[in-house]
Design a binder for this molecule. Structure first.
Ligand code: UDP
Length: 158
């Protein structure tokens, strides 16, 4: 019989999540972090950062050239953010479900954007959309030694 409590996960991933300036200003840091803790994910790095223009352009490089690019850079540098690395099974896709759709008008109730955001692009939270983006975004904000590897005894029950 397979021992579910001892199974090693092949789906373990890391993702970069960021509480955007609107989330910090609105006092939603704790409630946003709680959503990911409640889901059973593990926080491996976290810091409050004033994003530089250069960092913002690297972060949003895939949107360079689009009409909303400069607004995006201005918004993300408009105040401090909370930059985080989280770990969990299939976390890249699952955390985007927790975040809700980019367009807040389409974000489901129960998601962070569906419950708290009212105007796109002020949609409170960023989450990586692929393993490649996750690596690039983590490296843009963190040194390797800032990521802490640890186990939680509850993990096998999640
Ligand atoms: N955004 C926007 N207009 C658009 C698409 C995106 O203002 O048409 C903003 C929005 O704040 C979004 C961010 O750009 O969160 C990054 O876009 P992406 O497609 O990566 O969405 P996300 O991954 O944040 O849901």
């Amino acid at each position: 019989m397979i021992d579910l409590l001892e199974m090693e996960s092949e789906h373990m991933e890391r993702t970069f999540l960021m509480v955007k300036p609107d989330g910090v200003q609105r006092g939603l840091i704790g409630r946003i972090i709680s959503r990911f803790e409640d889901k059973g994910f593990t926080l491996v790095a976290c810091k409050v950062v004033q994003v530089t223009e250069n960092q913002a352009k690297i972060h949003y490089a895939e949107h360079d050239g689009k009409d909303f690019f400069l607004n995006l850079v201005n918004f993300i540098t408009s105040g401090p953010v909370v930059a985080m690395v989280w770990e969990g099974d299939d976390i890249i896709a699952l955390s985007r479900v927790v975040n809700g759709k980019t367009n807040v008008n389409e974000a489901q109730p129960g998601s962070i954007r569906g419950d708290f955001a009212a105007h796109t692009p002020k949609n409170l939270i960023h989450g990586s959309d692929s393993p490649e983006s996750s690596k690039r975004e983590i490296a843009n904000f963190f040194e390797d030694h800032e990521l802490v590897k640890y186990d939680k005894t509850i993990s096998s029950w999640i």
